[in-house]
Design a protein around this ligand. Structure first.
Ligand SMILES: [Zn+2]
Length: 80
């Protein structure tokens, strides 16, 4: 198990932190993903990542074919 808070909500009021296990850094990136065995195609789960763990978490999802999008947290919270 790599993550401690899978599916944590980036819109939660407390300062969002990286989803990587043991990491307490502020999240900078939102990784949007979908497991086709569990989710409908339009469903998006999200993980948060700091600058350091973005690539690691992206690869974890990418090799499984789950990764859909990687966006800056500030852009995710303010789509306009
Ligand atoms: Zn991290």
């Amino acid at each position: 198990m790599i993550l401690n808070v899978p599916g944590s909500d980036p819109s939660s009021p407390s300062s969002p932190i990286c989803s990587a296990k043991g990491c307490r850094a502020d999240a900078v990136w939102v990784l949007a993903w979908n497991n086709p065995k569990l989710h409908t195609p339009e469903r998006r789960k999200t993980w948060l990542a700091c600058e350091e763990h973005r690539e690691h978490l992206s690869q974890f999802l990418g090799v499984r074919g789950f990764l859909k999008d990687v966006v800056l947290l500030e852009d995710w919270e303010s789509p306009e």
